[in-house]
Design a protein around this ligand. Structure first.
Ligand code: ZN
Length: 648
């Protein structure tokens, strides 16, 4: 009773004093930063102290916020309209714990609330051997089963033994990576890659930033570009060691994985602003970005041109000086911008086809800066690119996507490494095989496996280059698993017989355990299977799939993925390319109905929280030994930095 009275008195006293606000320091729990790595600290004091954290409720008007790091004042601007202020480009000078404290004062100068947290500085420098170059190979969505399926198809098994290894299987360092994001066990590709790129967790759909309370405006993405930033490995190693940055992907280059190395945003879909950042910060302000290759020409074309996706809704314009401490411009709403012209004016060679990339006319032995944009949106999957190469005179899927002459990922990787090997202080190169994820989402087993084969061929190129260049670390991993991909067995009958089965009889073809045997594929000279549906083919299940019909045969057509310009999507739809896996073929031809487990977008499989494998290789050192065991995705960032800084 006395205790309750005392509490009541305390409550009355605090109510009678200044209005209270709950003060938040927007740094995640257990935040770690490399010594010298830049990051922002945002303090928010908007909510009344009694409001649940999920609700926005007006607190007292905040007049001033003070921030200290280890007791030393960090300059902060005046609170913004949302009661917050952000200290930009802060660094930790020493390893170990550091105390961050904030205090908010109301408009009359009375204390309104305080907050305190600790962050940890991580030492990465040392006097060990320094790796010069990092090649980071990211198989988007690639779990252990994707690798197993690719190995079975590419190398074959006999009496229980693999008849060869994938290039990635030969790497000596093997680990497992935990992939969760700041706000979910199941990450998407944005924080998935960003954790490797920054060493910090971001929430889903964000890359290289922490959350904040500033909303996104209706007609532009500004609120997604002012979030507290974390410096990416490419930016940090260019600023401190002069290393060049390369980004290569089979996706639209605005997609989450490439953008996590070239931009900082809370909205992975804000492509106009993302590509403006690639140029404004990566090229104009710093010159760190030396190679950019993939799809996504739609962001480089002025609005109004066929295939352009530039718009104010996906762009940003920040209050003047917001990012001054980062040496970055404020951005501008500029849908008519011509980024191809701007890249070329900065000395970039520009290739739009495979021929231009490899014929030594556009990309020459002296090229040091390279822009390659081979499709309007995502590049096509390996299966469709190879089909066109095998029958160049027949109209193919790639023609319908208006990109008939696209390079394979190994060709892009070779070109990128040729260019980057001319960078005097070394480089960081990201190579992404995006369709492992995209085709797993679409539950398209063949396109997924072929993309994994394409990825492995690129890994072989990277390993060869590492041996040639020396002192190069090659990491192969994934941002997360996609689709609950599982190798369930082999077809029990020849394909002709399978094809003749009625849709509802198709489960008869599923051979598990000894009935599946050893599926055998013949590999053509180009490195891919001679045929997509050999007799006794490998069968794949999708544990995180949505409802679907399965006929156990390859899909003739891909689906239209979201990352394509609207006018091209309309053209593809009109031409009969299905928008979703569920729309692929008429109901009667579709095969046996399977009930899905994951209510993701209709017809699409979702990511899973399964740990992903990591394979590490190093030429000239034992740096791969830093990448064994079970790791958090953020650990990989610090180990890569330590490898190039002598601290491993
Ligand atoms: Zn995905």
């Amino acid at each position: 009773m006395r205790k309750q009275l005392a509490a009541l008195v305390l409550l009355l006293v605090s109510c009678a004093g200044a209005a209270r606000a709950e003060v938040l320091i927007r740094l995640p729990r257990e935040a770690r930063f490399a010594v010298g790595q830049r990051f922002d600290i945002r303090v928010e004091a908007t909510r009344a102290a009694s409001t649940p954290p999920t609700q926005q409720a007006p607190g007292p008007k905040i007049g001033r916020i003070e921030l200290t790091l280890d007791g030393v004042r960090v300059p902060l601007p005046a609170p913004d309209a949302w009661g917050g202020a952000t200290a930009r480009a802060v660094t930790l000078a020493t390893p170990g714990p550091h105390v961050v404290e904030a205090a908010a004062f109301d408009a009359a100068g009375a204390p309104a609330g305080t907050a305190r947290t600790t962050v940890t500085g991580v030492a990465v420098a040392g006097d060990g051997r320094k790796v010069k170059n990092i090649i980071f190979m990211l198989g988007d969505g690639m779990g252990a089963a994707h690798r197993t399926a690719a190995r079975i198809v590419a190398r074959g098994y006999a009496e229980g033994r693999a008849q060869g290894l994938l290039a990635m299987d030969t790497f000596p360092g093997t680990g497992m990576v935990m992939t969760s994001s700041l706000n979910a066990v199941v990450t998407d590709s944005a924080p998935g890659m960003s954790s490797y790129a920054t060493g910090s967790k971001s929430p889903n759909n964000s890359e290289g930033v922490f959350p904040d309370n500033t909303p996104k405006a209706k007609d532009d993405a500004t609120g997604a570009f002012d979030n507290p930033r974390i410096e990416t490995i490419g930016a940090f190693l260019h600023r401190t060691q002069g290393k060049a940055l390369g980004i290569v992907s089979t996706a639209d280059v605005s997609d989450a994985t490439p953008a996590a190395m070239g931009a900082n945003t809370a909205d992975r879909n804000a492509g106009t602003g993302i590509l403006d950042q690639f140029f404004d910060e990566g090229v104009a302000a710093t010159g760190r970005l030396a190679v950019l290759m993939g799809g996504g020409r739609r962001w480089f074309l002025p609005a109004g041109t066929f295939g352009s996706s530039r718009s104010n809704a996906t762009d940003y314009a920040l209050p003047p000086g917001t990012l001054r401490a980062w040496g970055a411009p404020d951005g501008a709403l500029d849908p008519k911008r011509d980024l191809v012209r701007e890249f070329r004016e900065k000395g970039f060679a520009y290739a739009t086809t495979r021929t231009e990339l490899v014929d030594a006319k556009v990309v020459t032995p002296s090229t040091t800066k390279l822009l390659g944009l081979f499709a309007l949106g995502n590049m096509n999957a390996a299966l469709d690119k190879v089909a066109k190469r095998r029958a160049p005179d027949r109209p193919g899927v790639v023609d319908r996507f208006r990109a008939p002459d696209q390079p394979m990922l190994d060709e892009m990787t070779r070109a990128a490494l040729d260019v980057l090997s001319r960078a005097p202080n070394g480089f960081v190169l990201l190579v992404e095989a995006a369709h492992i994820d995209k085709q797993s989402h679409a539950m398209d087993a063949e396109r997924t496996i072929w993309e994994t084969l394409e990825f492995d061929r690129a890994i072989a190129v990277a390993k060869e280059a590492a041996d040639r260049l020396g002192d190069t670390l090659v990491i192969v991993t994934a941002d997360h698993e996609c689709s609950g991909f599982s190798v369930i067995g082999g077809a029990t009958m020849p394909t002709e017989q399978l094809r003749a089965l009625k849709p509802e009889e198709r489960m008869k073809a599923v051979g598990v355990h000894e009935k599946g045997g050893f599926p055998t594929y013949r590999i053509a000279a180009d490195g891919y299977p001679e045929t997509i549906d050999p007799d006794g083919k490998l069968l794949i299940g999708f544990g995180a799939g949505h409802d679907r019909h399965e006929d156990w045969l390859a899909e003739e057509l891909p689906v239209i993925e979201s990352l394509n310009p609207e006018d091209l999507k309309a053209e593809l739809l009109a031409g009969g390319i299905p928008a979703t896996p569920a729309e692929r073929r008429p109901e009667r031809e579709r095969g046996v109905p399977l009930a899905g487990q994951a209510p993701y977008y209709v017809g699409l499989a979702s990511h899973t929280a399964t740990d992903v494998p990591l394979s590490a290789y190093a030429s000239g050192s034992l740096a791969w030994r830093g990448f064994v065991g079970v790791m958090d995705n953020t650990d990989v960032f610090f180990r890569m930095l330590a490898a190039v800084s002598g601290g491993l």
